[in-house]
Design a protein around this ligand. Structure first.
Ligand SMILES: Cc1cc2nc3c(=O)[nH]c(=O)nc-3n(C[C@H](O)[C@H](O)[C@H](O)COP(=O)(O)OP(=O)(O)OC[C@H]3O[C@@H](n4cnc5c(N)ncnc54)[C@H](O)[C@@H]3O)c2cc1C
Length: 247
């Protein structure tokens, strides 16, 4: 890592609330690992962020020293874009808070949340939003890529259900809550520190009940009661809010 001395690293560590890992630290290997085991990149530094301030501090440091930056949400990107060689990785995996507002039918979730984290908290209120099929995928990367799952045919892509993000652009935090700005988030690919998503009433059996409707089994003959049950479950799902309502 050219141009970064130990003193600068110590100063960065002192400014961060979360741990700063270097090769050899006990959590370094776990932190740098991504879902695709063929990817074996070794960041020079891993900042395990505990909040927006840590994200901004990390980005400022990387800009100052011209370091490559990667951001790890759930680490499921197959190309391994969450990690990098000889740069700074911002690891969001300690930021997994979810706050549900059942009256407003929105949830705020931190950038390190996995899909299962959000589902677990929203289901307490009988609510759900359009996420992906696999619970240990990250919400941040999934939303930035669009996001397709059980509720998509009813409620749109995950990104359609996104109503606001906190966007860290280098030094500053920018509230990002209209359609144009969300498009920037997608294009620039920075931020997504907090995600708010509209929620829809969901039956407890929803994922199981919806699956046959999305991928019809060819031979449903002789199973009218099951079909009726599925249709009833689908009717119970509130159709999601399109983007124009949210903007
Ligand atoms: C087993 C598996 C199942 C999947 N199932 C589905 C599915 O059902 N539906 C679906 O739509 N997709 C699915 N995907 C694809 C998945 O949505 C994408 O791979 C997505 O990028 C994963 O997001 P992540 O946060 O887990 O990944 P990461 O690798 O952590 O991040 C993906 C990209 O987003 C960037 N990023 C992450 N967090 C932030 C942030 N806070 N700010 C800025 N950039 C950030 C990363 O730098 C990276 O470029 C699946 C992938 C796998 C491997």
């Amino acid at each position: 890592m050219v141009g970064v001395n130990q003193k600068s690293i110590d100063e960065l560590r002192a400014r961060l609330r979360g741990p700063l890992l270097v090769p050899g630290d006990s959590e370094y290997e776990t932190s740098r690992t991504v879902w695709n085991a063929m990817i074996d990149r070794r960041p020079a530094l891993v900042a395990r962020c505990l909040g927006i301030a840590d994200v901004a501090t990390g980005l400022r440091f990387a800009r100052e020293y011209g370091l490559p930056v990667s951001i790890k949400g759930g680490g499921h990107n197959v190309a391994g874009l969450a990690t990098c060689d000889e740069g700074l990785m911002l690891d969001m995996s300690l930021m997994r808070g979810v706050w549900v507002d059942p009256q407003a039918r929105t949830a705020r979730a931190q950038a390190g949340c996995l899909l299962g984290d959000v589902d677990r908290e929203t289901q307490v209120h009988g609510l759900a939003t359009a996420l992906g099929f696999i619970s240990n995928t990250g919400i941040a990367g999934l939303t930035l890529g669009g996001g397709f799952g059980y509720l998509t045919r009813r409620s749109g892509w995950t990104s359609d259900n996104l109503s606001a993000v906190d966007l860290v652009r280098g030094y500053a935090l920018v509230a990002c809550n209209d359609e144009a700005e969300r498009a920037v988030v997608g294009a620039v690919g920075l931020g997504s520190d907090l995600v708010a998503e509209p929620l829809h009433p969901a039956s407890e059996r929803l994922p199981v009940s919806l699956a046959p409707e999305m991928d019809p089994v060819p031979d449903l003959t002789g199973r009218p009661q099951r079909i009726a049950h599925i249709q009833q479950a689908v009717e119970n799902v509130h159709i999601g809010h399109p983007l124009k309502i949210l903007a």
